[in-house]
Design a protein around this ligand. Structure first.
Ligand code: NAD
Length: 356
């Protein structure tokens, strides 16, 4: 089992080191190779996604990714910015399904800005389509002008599009995921206004015929945004397009109140995947040894489950994280009264001890 380790920038190297520590403690035959990505790669090799890094990712069964980005790269031309590495990897690996679980651990219900009874025991999965939608339509307003040059323009527009195969495959992924969970899919659209999303709704309904054991509901995106803060536990799997998924997955993440805890996965049709925490590179705390490594450690668990077919190892990691939290250990971002505050490395060590 070959894993490409891409730590990236900011807190990326610190949190990825802890996830690697946990993976090594499993004593599985894992072959791990590290390569630079993002701003670190730009500084080392002049490009955020060097050829060698891309090749390593393509040849691996899975990629464990830290985070990229730092304010110091904000003045670079867009194609050389660290964030381009993620887009490049998504495209080169054909990653089309983004899984963002939002889980509220019983020990952390106080971290949510919602009332504890609304979020206690929350466990929802947002599945965002990654390859279509308005992000990949024709940005025709920009076509005739160089990047960013809109001076004097009278209008700008982007086009929203989805193809039948793109909707069918993401719908199947959602129904399959629901089968492993509580058996309910909410498909989020804006079919009352947008043709693209009436098409989406019709196709999801068609694909559903193959999954009679799964409950399907359709919901408009504005209502979904409201329901997520009103009664989030009503959801199980939420499937939606690229733009709505971008927004709703961040909203769902915030229900848990602890961005440092949330893993994510992006998968292609062969089950190859890129696994990363939902948060960014947190340049404000980089190098201080205080970043929470749990989102990255839980991303490694998702990797074992979805790309490496090691569900038991994944469960062992998830149980170890629960135990560490139950023992009262916290990094500063999730600290509460009566808990023991530890740094990044100590948190990783505690998960390894709990594993053993
Ligand atoms: P961020 O997620 O990096 O940080 C937001 C806040 O959360 C900060 O206060 C940070 O200290 C805190 N935080 C984040 N992760 C934490 C952790 N593991 N432990 C403790 N605290 C944590 O978002 P931002 O500040 O908007 O962006 C910073 C940089 O990250 C930018 O350059 C941005 O482009 C980049 N970014 C990268 C990714 C990615 O690599 N996938 C995603 C989002 C943002």
């Amino acid at each position: 089992m070959k894993i490409a380790i891409l730590p990236g920038d900011g807190i990326g190297p610190e949190i990825v080191a802890e996830a690697v520590k946990v993976l090594r403690a499993l004593a599985l035959p894992l072959e791990m190779e590290t390569a630079p990505v993002g701003g670190a790669a730009y500084e080392a090799a002049g490009h955020p996604l060097p050829e060698a890094t891309l090749r390593l990712a393509q040849q691996a069964d899975a990629v464990l990714f830290g985070a990229v980005g730092d304010w110091k790269f904000d003045t670079l031309p867009r194609p050389l910015r660290p964030e381009q590495a993620i887009l490049g990897l998504r495209q080169a690996l054909g990653l089309f399904a983004n899984f963002r679980p939002a889980i509220c651990y019983p020990q952390l219900t106080h971290a949510s800005s919602l009332k504890p009874e609304l979020v206690a025991g929350l466990d929802i999965l947002i599945i965002r389509e990654l390859t279509g939608d308005i992000y990949f339509g024709q940005p025709r307003g920009r076509r005739s002008a160089p990047d960013g040059a809109f001076a004097g323009a009278e209008e700008a527009f982007d086009t929203m599009r989805y193809s039948r195969p793109e909707i069918e495959r993401i719908a199947r992924v959602a129904f399959e995921a629901a089968r492993q969970r509580r058996g309910k899919v909410t498909s989020v659209d804006k079919a009352n206004v947008l043709e693209t999303f009436q098409f989406w709704k019709d196709i999801v309904t068609e694909v559903h015929r193959d999954y009679p054991d799964v409950e399907l509901e359709h919901m408009y995106v504005d209502n979904a945004a409201m329901q997520l803060v009103k009664a989030p536990k009503k959801f199980d799997v939420v499937v939606t397009g690229n733009m709505f998924g971008d927004i709703l997955s961040d909203e769902a993440a915030m229900l848990t109140g602890s961005i440092g805890m949330l893993p994510s996965a992006s998968l292609n049709e062969r089950g190859q995947g890129l696994y990363e925490p939902s948060h960014g590179s947190a340049p404000d705390i980089a190098g201080k040894g205080i970043a929470n490594p749990l989102a990255t450690i839980l991303s490694a668990a998702m990797m074992l489950r979805f790309s490496l077919q090691q569900p038991e190892a994944a469960e062992r990691i998830e149980a170890a994280v629960q135990k560490v939290l139950a023992d009262g250990l916290r990094t500063a971002d999730i600290a509460s009264e009566g808990c023991t505050i530890v740094g990044t490395a100590a948190m990783g060590d505690a998960v390894v001890r709990a594993l053993r």
